[in-house]
Design a protein around this ligand. Structure first.
Ligand SMILES: *Cc1c(COP(=O)(O)O)cnc(C)c1O
Length: 231
């Protein structure tokens, strides 16, 4: 785990510049692309250093790791849940998350709806799409997306704000393109109670390409904090 703050500062400036360049090259002037810092395995001190540099958004993968670190985080950053979420863990994070990126089943959405109602919250979520249809990955299959959206649209305490994906590492560009097509197609349907404001895609290896293909939020771990010991 890298905790060298100077190194994080350098990485931050580099990524920030690349995001700005990609935006200028590929996107409309007023398009927004959020830069999320993915915090798994990173110490709260290093996370807070990133926040001091200008990071406003943190991405959490694991409920237990988040629980052990959250009290030490700079409270000025917003927190999103981006990891695979088990239904029995929803209750532990529902209070804190601005957005849950990883909803991929009716069962999970129903549990979020139930827990959000208890605390009188409307929980914003993204639907995770398994765009490469890989067996090893979470996410709803592209052909089942519209039906899942229709089923979640009627829930009172869950609000869909867009889509998230982790494309296959091989041929990633083809899948970024496919994901953009799917996102635009769903947007054009203007489904009741469903917003398509956020397309969360792009990680350390492909964030510039992801911005080219319409991402509005890139999730960066390794390129900012250095290599992890586990994935
Ligand atoms: C770990 C992780 C990232 C960041 O990956 P890097 O390649 O380290 O930038 C982004 N999104 C999700 C869902 C992750 O689990």
């Amino acid at each position: 785990m890298k905790t060298d703050f100077d190194y994080i500062s350098e990485n931050y400036r580099h990524i920030y510049a690349e995001i700005a360049e990609a935006k200028a090259k590929y996107r409309a002037v007023d398009d927004n692309v959020d830069f999320m810092a993915v915090t798994k395995t990173v110490t709260p001190e290093a996370v807070n250093h990133a926040v001091s540099l200008g990071i406003k958004l943190l991405g959490e993968n694991r409920v237990q790791e988040y629980e052990s670190k959250k009290d030490f985080y700079d409270p000025s950053a917003r927190v999103h849940f981006i990891g695979h979420l088990q239904t029995n863990k929803v209750k532990y994070i529902i209070n804190d998350m601005d957005l849950i990126h990883s909803v991929d089943s009716l069962k999970l959405a129903a549990e979020i709806d139930k827990q959000a109602e208890k605390i009188k919250k409307i929980q914003n979520v993204l639907i995770e799409v398994n765009i490469g249809e890989e067996e090893s990955k979470s996410g709803v299959a592209p052909e089942n997306l519209e039906q899942l959206l229709a089923e979640i649209a009627v829930m009172k305490n869950v609000h869909v704000k867009g889509l998230m994906t982790i494309p296959p590492s091989q041929n990633s560009e083809k899948f970024l393109y496919k994901m953009q097509e799917l996102y635009l197609d769903i947007s054009s349907k203007n489904m009741d109670n469903i917003d398509m404001d956020i397309l969360s895609m792009g990680m350390s290896g492909d964030y510039v390409k992801a911005i080219e293909y319409g991402s509005t939020l890139v999730r960066i771990g390794t390129a900012l904090f250095g290599a992890r010991n586990y994935a």
